[in-house]
Design a binder for this molecule. Structure first.
Ligand code: TRP
Length: 319
């Protein structure tokens, strides 16, 4: 009995020492630890990540706080999201920032019950994604920023630039939680406004070329929602659309920079900066449960002059 007790005591001491060691990097020097997880590396998510890092650093420097920031990309792989977030928890991070919907959903699963707050960035529909109860009152340890997509504004621009385009091909990835609600909204818009449409769904990036080629056979123009997988393959999409001399309207400025014809959307550097400010507020004691999700509305028209010239569309009034 005594022996057992001694053994148990040893085990407890060993555990305490282990816990003490693994927690000491953060606890003993008082430094704040932040983990940033980005879903994949594409133009827009790279831009957001840089803005989050810059604003976090400048705000925390200004407050004289010691901190470390660990940024990881999941390369579009769900099991990597899980592994990265599990490591963040083991490292004793004080807060996680997750960029794009799949990263935020994966992080939420891993962080559940740990008490570690999660700030998401660029999640198009946080309620649909199951991250918050409502935009105004998130209700838990999760809040963040949203890039809600102005479908009707994008389509108003399309009507102005290419009024003859009436049959749209919708190119998106079926497993992208941010595209699905936008596709639904776009279809409703097409139905209600005298357009027809055809869906071109891809399972992953390797399908993109064939699917876009098929859409271009029947359709006058392509519409792309806020889709990470397609955004990552914009070079191919743009090449095919230029070869077919057909316009491609997209849901983010980065996809215009990467060869799309035009978009109406938010500035993702502003969105990243705002995300970092929310994270700093939470580190300073604000409660994410009552911090409303910030939905950006600074929508700007962006056009790609080279693409426009290549397909013979006049975008001069927006260039
Ligand atoms: N809104 C996307 C999501 O919820 C992420 C995103 C941000 C994105 N910028 C983009 C996707 C540009 C495609 C293109 O996951």
């Amino acid at each position: 009995m005594k022996k057992l007790f001694a053994l148990a005591l040893c085990a407890v001491f060993a555990l305490m020492m282990f816990a003490g060691c693994s927690g000491s990097a953060g606890a003993s020097d008082g430094a704040v630890k932040i983990g940033i997880i980005k879903y994949m590396d594409h133009t827009s998510l790279d831009e957001i990540t840089a803005a989050v890092e810059n604003t976090l650093s400048s705000e925390l420097d200004e407050q004289g706080v010691e901190y470390s920031i660990d940024t990881k990309s999941a390369n579009g792989d769900p099991s990597t999201i899980n592994a990265i977030c599990t490591q963040f928890v083991a490292d004793g991070v004080d807060l996680v920032v997750a960029i794009a919907t799949p990263a935020a959903q994966g992080a939420a699963t891993v962080l559940e019950g740990t008490g570690i707050p999660l700030v998401f960035s660029a999640v198009t529909d946080p309620v649909d994604a199951g991250l918050v109860d409502s935009l105004d009152a998130p209700g838990g340890s999760i809040t963040g920023t949203s890039d809600a997509i102005p479908v009707s504004q994008i389509m108003d621009l399309a009507a102005e630039l290419t009024p003859d385009a009436k049959n749209f091909g919708i190119l998106y990835c079926t497993s992208e939680p941010s595209s699905v609600p936008v596709v639904t909204e776009a279809k409703e818009f097409f139905d209600a406004n005298g357009y027809t449409c055809e869906e071109g769904a891809v399972a992953d990036e390797t399908d993109v070329q064939t699917v876009v080629q098929n859409l271009l056979k029947d359709c006058d123009a392509i519409f792309i929602p806020i889709d990470n997988t397609v955004a990552n393959a914009m070079a191919i999409v743009s090449e095919e659309c230029i070869a077919a001399k057909k316009p491609v309207y997209v849901a983010a400025d980065s996809m215009v920079r990467d060869g799309g014809l035009a978009s109406v959307g938010v500035n993702y550097t502003n969105l990243g900066n705002l995300t970092a400010e929310m994270a700093v507020d939470i580190l300073n004691g604000s409660d994410p449960a009552t911090m409303a999700v910030q939905v950006l509305t600074d929508n700007n028209i962006v056009v790609n002059e080279e693409t426009a010239a290549a397909i013979g569309v006049d975008v001069s009034q927006y260039a």
